[in-house]
Design a protein around this ligand. Structure first.
Ligand SMILES: CC(C)(COP(=O)(O)OP(=O)(O)OC[C@H]1O[C@@H](n2cnc3c(N)ncnc32)[C@H](O)[C@@H]1OP(=O)(O)O)[C@@H](O)C(=O)NCCC(=O)NCCS
Length: 164
């Protein structure tokens, strides 16, 4: 019985593919106010597939993380470098607080470093989004900047960054 219960909470992380896109978009619609046209998701899937992951429980997708790779001035080290940008991450509400968000982020950061030779990762997060801020802090991200009225509803964003 104990073993069965444990099994229920097992999840796996794998690279996303185009067949996953409908489910990923559905999770994004349920979990976040920031939505994107399908071509935007597809572009990320095709260009930076190795840093686009889904989490599955019993072969059902329950979360995702999508990243891109940019060249720009670092937030941690202020010179031109390859940056990994976490564009979107979400885990379905009923599967939260089981380590899935953290595992998605770790997979993304490992891939950004190993597959794309990225030296710094950054993201924007609503200043009110405590769960996400705690997750990023737990992973070693620091708040490096505030962007005023970054979101469509006027909320400010923290830029958080971490050396890889
Ligand atoms: C942010 C999000 C992806 C985290 O996913 P998750 O699978 O629940 O995260 P994890 O279980 O891996 O949590 C890892 C750590 O993050 C922190 N954390 C996560 N949720 C938290 C909460 N509700 N309150 C406080 N800290 C929280 C904790 O430090 C946690 O570690 P712990 O459980 O050992 O204390 C999830 O809450 C989500 O999908 N939110 C809606 C979408 C969103 O806001 N995305 C981020 C946009 S920038």
């Amino acid at each position: 019985m104990g073993e069965l219960l444990e099994k229920k909470y097992e999840f796996t992380i794998r690279n996303a593919c185009e067949m996953d896109l409908d489910k990923i978009i559905e999770i994004n619609m349920k979990c976040l106010p920031e939505h994107y046209p399908r071509f935007f998701w597809l572009e990320h899937l095709r260009k930076w597939n190795k840093a686009f992951f889904v989490a599955e429980i019993n072969e059902e997708i329950v979360g995702y993380v999508m990243c891109r790779v940019e060249i720009g001035i670092g937030h941690i080290k202020p010179w031109i470098r390859k940056l990994g940008h976490v564009i979107s991450i979400a885990v379905l509400e009923k599967f939260r607080r089981r380590g899935i968000g953290k595992a998605l982020m770790i997979s993304a950061m490992n891939a950004l470093k190993k597959e794309y030779n990225v030296s710094e990762v950054y993201l924007e997060v609503r200043i009110s989004n405590i769960p996400a801020i705690r997750l990023y802090e737990q992973l070693g991200f620091k708040k490096v900047k505030i962007i005023k009225s970054y979101y469509l509803d006027g909320e400010d964003a923290y830029v958080m960054a971490k050396e890889l």
